[in-house]
Design a protein around this ligand. Sequence first.
Ligand code: HEM
Length: 504
Amino acid sequence: METLAESLLLPTVATLTAGFSALLYYYREDPILGGAAINDTKLHRIGGAYPFLGDTVKAALVKGHIHDFVVDCFEKSHNEPVVIKFPLVDGPFVFFNDPKMVEYFLKTKFSVYDKGPFMKVRFQDTLGHGIFNADGARWKSQRKLAANIFNVKNFKEYVNDTFAAEMDVFSTVLEEHAASGLEFDLSDLFFRFTFDSFVKIAFGIDVNSMTSKEKVPFMEAFDNAQKTVADRVITPLWSYVERLTGVARTQADDVKTIRDFGISVIQEKRASLGDEPSTGNDLLSLLMRTTDDEGNSPTDEMLVDYVLNFIIAGRDTTAQALSWTFFLLHKNPAALAALHEEIATVLGGSAPTYDQIKNDMPYANAVFHEALRLYPSVPLELKQANADDTLPDGIVIPKDTIVCWSNYAMGRTEAIWGPDAKEFKPERWVKMDKQPSPFDYPVFNAGPRVCLGKNMAELEGVFVLVQVARKFNIQVTKEEDVTYSLSLTLPMKNGLAVKCTERL
Ligand code: HEM
């Protein structure tokens, strides 16, 4: 006789199979997820999606060359938008490759496209409520405060003096490498240089990482925390994964190291000042002297957020821009020769002044901008819709959708830069009648959230470029090893192995 279990087996299997098939059908490779109305014939898919997993597998497979993968996608879609779905992460993500759309998201519909909850929840522990992780009123008040400080004459002079002094240390270290004739990692040295410079500018203290062979705990914790945050963007169920793998523990330790350092500097400063107001021109001193509309001074927690966000903003971006610039100059001897010629003509044998950098060295500035075009320090930008929106061409973007554009892909797009888009040609900037709009070239962002440090980064970056190129020959020794790794910025995966010799 048939048992109850046996009699239920067949209908159960049939029901499960039918249910599974229905789900497979529902999640098949189509542009619509869970009924979200992004459907439009203009939207392209990347191919190779799996039921339930969407494009997660594909993304994992192309992780090592993700930015070039985006370039390929847009070449195939003829620059029409591409949808990527990571059902277990969030999204969907809609990628655009059109300056008009960048202007739309960053300016025209600025109030609709935020950093949003997707970014905030992932960045919270490391960035706190700092400017990078804030929207609305919280962002606005920090933006106003920072913009005022960046315009203070004493602050600008303090920044220039700090970079010049740290550049002297950098030159001494390069001289030692030249004397030894040994290979070293130039990108690591640029990171130490910008770290020392930005900690000095932010807190008014010296960390001297350039002259030490040791790892600096604050710097190490800072690097680890940022890598973890970057992984969260593409890791399904990241908070569970971090708990299972132990990353949650190390991340908590790293965040504590970073914030404890900030708090201790603030407390020491307060203790040394007693009742006296701080007279320093470093960012922390300037922030300590500010009050909000109700006359309140910032709390220590707020000061830490402000200052750490500033270091994050300036350090990696500038160090990476310089590393890629020297890599490209190594690969393009004609451009290096043209740079040397400008240096000889304008400077003779002297060190540059900031005025000369700004006004008399168009080719050096062009080299820096051309390197950022091909290797933008912030390769990818994401914004999240805080309301349903209909784009000018009729595509419906439901609330919570993430819209993206790749600065890396835009820099390599022929429709924007012409048929030689992928070539390193600094002279294109010198020949242009009109500089590209910030939406054609959004490497410093654009609109109300344009990079606050743009002028500083351009001035200091070109200053360092000229000083190094003037004094040293940089020989990249392992060209084939040079590639990027996936992060919020564009670090060199294997560093930049070089040897150097003195020119002067
Ligand atoms: C080559 C160097 C640099 C590049 C390529 C760069 C690029 C960018 C980009 C793309 C953004 C927008 C990021 C986002 O979506 O939130 C940004 C924002 C910002 N940058 Fe830079 N940056 C550079 C250097 C600096 C420096 C040196 C500073 C100052 C210390 C700085 C301060 C900021 C700040 C405060 C913001 C936030 C603006 C806001 O959200 O209102 N940046 N930068």
